[in-house]
Design a protein around this ligand. Structure first.
Ligand code: OXD
Ligand code: MN
Length: 600
C-alpha cells in the first residue's frame, strides 16, 4: 500500500523520491496538530522563528538567502517540444533538456531531509472550477506557506480519488545555488520542477507556476481563462453586488484595490467592498452565458513595504495573526517592521532582512539609506482574515463578472479611465497594455514595458495564441463583460499625480458599473469612451475642473507615437498574431486621423 490510494500519485512520489533521496516521506494532512508540529520543527532547524505570540499570535518569521529574494524570470522556462509554442515572450527549453538538466540538480538533493507531500486544491475543494496539485518539497517554509495560500489536506486527496488528474509539482531547495536555479514548466506533462530556490514566487508552486503558467495552458485547451487579476465585489445598500476583475502589472496596487475602503466623501452611499482575490482569477462561461470567476488561492502573498493603515488598513488588519513574515525587519521584542509601514522600528537591537544589526537611517559607504526590510519582503496571510473578505470564496462557481479592467502606470498617455468599444477592442487594449518604469526599477526612467493583460511573465504558451484565445472566449459568452482601462498614475507638467488614487478609485469603479448597467452616456474618442465629467461623483473631494479635463484628455500625437511601439511589439509575434488585432491597430490609426482627441 502506498502513501495514498491513488496509484499514479504513489508511483510518481516513488520515482521522485528515488531521484531526490530524502531520508523520509511525510504526507501533509492539513490538520492543526501537524501544522503545530511542523512549526516547532521549523523553529528547531532555524528555518523559521516564532514572533511574539501575545502581539502576533500564530505568526512566524523567515529569512531567505540573500541571493534568493524574488521571482527569477531569466531562470524560468516553458518546456514545450516546439520552441514556437512557448513564443517570443518566454524562455524556452526542450522537455528532454529540462528534465536532464534539473534532474542532475535534484539527484540526492533531499539526502538528510524529509520530503513533504502536499496535496492541494486551487479553488474550492470539489468544484469543477478547481484544479488539484501535489507538491513535493524539502522545505517546511513551503509547507507552512502552502497551508495558507491553498486548500491542503485529506479532503483534497478524497476529491482526487484513485485516478484523478493532478499537476505534479516538485521542489527542492537543494543547495540554494543561484547558478543551478531553475523553474521549469512542462505543460504537456502537467508538471512543474523548481530547484535551488526558497523564495515564494519560485517555490509556492500553486501560485504563479500552476495557477497562471500551467493553468493558462489548460485553460486554452478546456476553454476557460487563467488571469493575473484581482476580483472585487461592490455592494450597494439595496444588496446588489457587482463584481469586477482587474489586471495590473506587478507592483501597481492590485492588493490595495482589492481591499479598497470607500472614501469619506462617498461614505453616505453605503457601499460595501468584498475582496474575492488580489492576484489570480480563473474564469469560465457558466450555463447562464456569463463569465464567472473564482480566486484559486486561499491567502495573500503580499508585498510588505508600503503597507500601512493609510494605504491599506485591511491588509494591516489581515496580518495581525497566523501570518508568515519573510525578509522584513525583526525587532528584539519579536515584532516586525518594514519601510513605509506603521510606527517605528526598535531603536536598538533590530535585525534587518539579512539578519544584520540595523537601525533606521543607517547609510552605506555612498551615503545611501540601507533598507531594513527587503523591498520585496512579504506577508503570507489567510484570505478569511481580511476584514472585507467575500463570503462567496467557497462558492463552487465563484462570482459573475460585470467588468474587466486593465491598467498600467502611464505618466502622460492614458486617461484616468476609458472603455473599449466592444470585446475585440477590449482584447486589443489588454494586449497592448504597458507600464512605465519608475525610479524604483532598473532601467531607463519612463521606459515603456509592454505587459499584455499583466501576463508577460505568466503566460504558459505563445502569447499570440493567448490573444486568439481571448478573442474566442468572447464569442462563447452570451453576456460579455465590458472592458475598461484605468491609469491612476497620470501626472501634470510638474510630475505631480493628478488623481489621489486609493479609496477615491471607487468613484471610477462607480462609473464603470454605471456603464455596465447602461445608466450613463459617455464621450467617444479615438481610443474608446471616456466619462462625461458630470457622471463622476466628486462629493467630498476637490479637484479643479481643468485637472479633471486633463485626466481624461486624449492627445492624438502621443497616441500616434504609442502606435509605433505597439506595431513593433506586435511584429515580434510574426504571422501568429491574430489578424483582428492588426486590424484593431489600423482602425485606431484611422480614428486618430478622423477623430483625434476630439469627442464625436
Ligand atoms: C506577485 C507578482 O508577486 O505579480 O504577485 O510579482
Ligand atoms: Mn501577481
Amino acid at each position: 500500500m502506498g502513501i495514498t490510494s491513488h496509484i499514479g500519485l504513489n508511483e510518481w512520489i516513488d520515482k521522485m523520491a528515488k531521484m531526490c533521496q530524502p531520508d523520509n516521506i511525510v504526507l501533509v494532512d492539513g490538520s492543526k496538530e501537524q501544522k503545530a508540529a511542523l512549526t516547532a520543527e521549523g523553529c528547531q532547524t532555524g528555518e523559521i522563528q516564532m514572533l511574539d505570540q501575545k502581539v502576533l499570535p500564530g505568526c512566524v518569521y523567515h529569512r531567505t538567502a540573500p541571493n534568493d529574494v524574488a521571482r527569477v524570470e531569466h531562470l524560468t522556462f516553458i518546456c514545450t517540444p516546439l520552441k514556437d509554442d512557448a513564443g517570443p515572450t518566454n524562455n524556452w527549453m526542450s522537455p528532454e533538456e529540462g528534465y536532464r538538466k534539473a534532474g542532475e540538480y535534484f539527484k540526492g538533493s533531499m539526502k538528510g531531509r524529509t520530503m513533504y507531500v502536499i496535496p492541494f486544491s486551487m479553488g474550492p475543494v470539489g468544484s469543477s472550477f478547481s484544479k488539484i496539485g501535489v507538491e513535493l518539497t524539502d522545505s517546511i517554509y513551503v509547507v507552512l506557506n502552502m497551508l495558507i495560500m491553498t486548500r491542503v489536506g485529506d479532503d483534497v486527496l478524497e476529491a482526487l480519488g484513485t485516478a484523478g488528474d493532478f499537476t505534479k509539482c516538485l521542489h527542492s531547495k537543494a543547495q540554494l545555488d543561484i547558478n543551478k536555479r531553475l523553474i521549469l514548466h512542462f505543460p504537456e506533462d502537467n508538471t512543474i520542477w523548481s530547484v535551488n530556490s526558497g523564495y515564494g514566487g519560485n517555490v509556492l508552486l500553486g501560485k504563479k507556476c500552476l495557477a497562471l503558467r500551467i493553468a493558462s495552458h489548460l485553460a486554452r485547451k478546456e476553454m476557460w481563462m487563467a488571469e493575473h487579476m484581482l476580483i472585487l465585489g461592490i455592494e450597494e445598500p439595496n444588496g446588489r453586488i457587482e463584481y469586477v476583475a482587474a489586471a495590473f502589472p506587478s507592483a501597481c496596487g492590485k492588493t490595495n484595490l482589492a481591499m479598497l475602503i470607500p472614501p469619506e466623501g462617498l461614505k453616505s452611499k453605503g457601499y460595501r467592498i468584498w475582496t474575492v482575490g488580489d492576484d489570480i482569477a480563473w474564469m469560465r462561461v457558466d450555463t447562464d452565458g456569463r463569465l464567472w470567476a473564482i480566486n484559486p488561492e486561499n491567502g495573500f502573498f503580499g508585498v510588505a513595504p508600503g503597507t500601512n493603515m493609510k494605504s491599506n488598513p485591511s491588509a494591516v488588519k489581515t496580518v495581525q495573526k497566523n501570518t508568515i513574515f519573510t525578509n522584513v525587519v525583526l525587532n528584539p521584542d519579536g515584532t516586525v517592521w518594514w519601510e513605509d509601514g506603521d510606527g517605528e522600528p526598535a531603536a536598538e537591537g533590530a535585525l534587518d532582512w539579512q539578519g544584520k544589526p540595523w537601525k533606521k537611517g543607517m547609510t552605506d559607504a555612498d551615503g545611501k539609506k540601507i533598507p531594513g526590510a527587503h523591498p520585496n519582503s512579504r506577508f503570507t496571510a489567510p484570505l478569511d482574515q481580511c476584514p472585507s473578505h467575500s463570503f462567496r470564496t467557497e462558492h463552487h462557481h465563484g462570482v459573475p463578472i460585470s467588468a474587466i479592467i486593465f491598467g498600467g502606470r502611464r505618466a502622460k498617455l492614458a486617461p484616468l479611465v476609458y472603455e473599449a468599444f466592444d470585446w475585440q477592442h477590449g482584447v486589443f487594449i489588454g494586449a497592448t497594455m504597458a507600464s512605465e518604469r519608475t525610479a524604483a526599477q532598473v532601467g531607463a526612467l519612463g521606459e515603456v514595458r509592454r505587459d499584455p493583460m499583466a501576463m508577460l511573465p505568466f503566460c504558459g504558451y505563445n502569447m499570440a495564441d493567448y490573444f486568439e484565445h481571448w478573442l474566442r472566449m468572447g464569442v462563447r459568452m452570451r453576456w460579455q463583460p465590458k472592458i475598461f482601462h484605468v491609469n491612476w498614475f497620470r501626472q501634470d507638467e510638474n510630475g505631480k499625480f493628478m488623481w489621489p488614487g486609493f479609496g477615491e478609485n471607487l468613484r471610477i469603479l462607480e462609473w464603470i458599473l454605471a456603464r455596465c448597467r447602461h445608466d450613463v452616456d459617455a464621450d467617444k474618442t479615438a481610443i474608446g469612451f471616456v466619462p462625461k465629467l458630470k457622471d463622476i461623483d466628486m462629493t467630498g473631494i476637490k479637484i479643479e475642473k481643468e485637472t479633471m479635463q486633463k485626466l481624461f484628455e486624449v492627445k492624438p500625437d502621443d497616441w500616434v507615437k504609442e502606435m509605433a511601439g505597439i506595431k513593433e511589439f506586435f511584429a515580434t509575434f510574426g504571422d501568429r498574431l491574430p489578424v483582428s488585432l492588426a486590424a484593431q491597430l489600423e482602425a485606431l490609426g484611422r480614428r486618430l486621423e478622423e477623430l483625434g482627441g476630439k469627442k464625436m
